[in-house]
Design a protein around this ligand. Structure first.
Ligand SMILES: NC(=O)C1=CN([C@@H]2O[C@H](COP(=O)(O)OP(=O)(O)OC[C@H]3O[C@@H](n4cnc5c(N)ncnc54)[C@H](O)[C@@H]3O)[C@@H](O)[C@H]2O)C=CC1
Ligand SMILES: O=C([O-])CC(=O)C(=O)O
Length: 295
């Protein structure tokens, strides 16, 4: 009969000797830690240490994410995957990307496919979507990917979407102004938003197509006309202008670009007008609030 040996130690220990041995072990460990941290401080210096800590945190995060991938089979990963990737606890969410085969659309599709909050990813473009959708679908994450190409498939791409992201259109080429961009992208955005109002009127709409300060009001007008407008569900992505403003300002003022904070105000009153209020903090220069930088 099998017996448990958890309760009695096979070799009886003398209490005093045992206590001394435990004490010396603890002291040894403590001293080793002190010596290590001393060596660490003096060999690396403060800056390097900070960098290393950040790198360690990053790689730990990456390792956690890797181990959370659904293909993983070992027990600890399964435990982690429950909190990071589980479809049991996450609600179903469909995200549609319109213009998914473009320069912005492709990496965006990749990021959405990696997002554990997305359960269904709908990739729409007027061309090249099947290949992009096939590539993205091979990523081993939760979202199911479907590709749609051409106007006749737009309705299917949009139906049931909770979020629609729009990077469809043309990018600016050398010599083009944002007005030129508007002349092309306004029509594209108009037809896409008309379809959104019809097939997924309650979706959150995230506009990337430039000029965002004009394409967002176009979307708003389309939705108002269709009776589906909700200001809390329409967004414009201004990232490009924010990072550009930071880089340009830092270059002009000859200050480090890192650590700069900019407040970007879009002026919707006049068509094609984009105005900035730039507030660079921590960059060692005195700048008046209200200073403007054109795009
Ligand atoms: N708001 C921001 O921070 C940023 C905005 N942009 C803007 O995003 C837009 C896209 O830029 P890129 O991806 O570099 O251009 P791109 O030319 O690489 O991609 C645009 C995609 O839109 C597709 N497209 C064109 N008409 C369409 C329609 N009617 N329906 C669906 N898809 C359509 C094209 O086939 C193409 O695949 C541009 O307007 C650009 O100015 C770009 C970077 C940042
Ligand atoms: O077209 C792009 O890729 C973005 C751009 O430079 C602009 O809109 O100013």
């Amino acid at each position: 009969m099998a017996t448990s040996n958890c309760q009695s130690s096979p070799t009886p220990r003398k209490p005093l000797l045992f206590f001394i041995s435990q004490l010396s072990l603890a002291a040894f460990l403590f001293l080793s830690l002190q010596v290590l941290s001393f060596l660490f401080k003096f060999s690396l210096g403060k800056k390097k240490k900070k960098k290393m800590k950040a790198a360690m945190l990053r790689s730990a995060g990456a390792a956690l994410r890797r181990s959370a991938a659904p293909s993983s089979t070992c027990a600890p990963s399964r435990l982690i995957s429950r909190s990071w990737y589980s479809s049991e606890s996450q609600p179903e969410r469909k995200v549609a990307i319109l213009g998914a085969a473009g320069g912005i659309g492709q990496p965006l599709s990749l990021l959405m496919k990696l997002n554990p909050l997305v359960s269904s990813l709908s990739l729409y473009d007027i061309a090249n979507t099947p290949g992009v959708a096939a590539d993205v679908s091979h990523i081993n994450s939760r979202a199911l990917v479907a590709g749609y190409a051409g106007e006749e498939q737009l309705a299917q791409a949009l139906e049931g979407s909770d979020i629609v992201i729009i990077p469809a259109g043309v990018p600016r080429k050398p010599g083009m102004t944002r007005d030129d961009l508007f002349n092309i992208n306004a029509g594209i955005v108009k037809s896409l938003c008309t379809a959104i109002a019809k097939y997924c009127p309650n979706a959150l709409v995230n506009m990337i197509s430039n000029p965002v300060n004009s394409t967002v009001p176009i979307a708003a007008e389309i939705f108002k006309k269709a009776g589906t407008y909700d200001e809390k569900r329409l967004f414009g992505v201004t990232t490009l202008d924010v990072v550009r403003a930071k880089t340009f300002y830092a270059g002009k003022a000859k200050v480090p670009v890192a650590g700069m904070f900019f407040l970007l105000l879009l002026d919707f009153r006049g068509l094609f007008v984009l105005s900035f209020v730039c507030l660079p903090f921590n960059c060692g220069v005195n700048t008046r609030m209200g200073e403007g930088i054109g795009v």
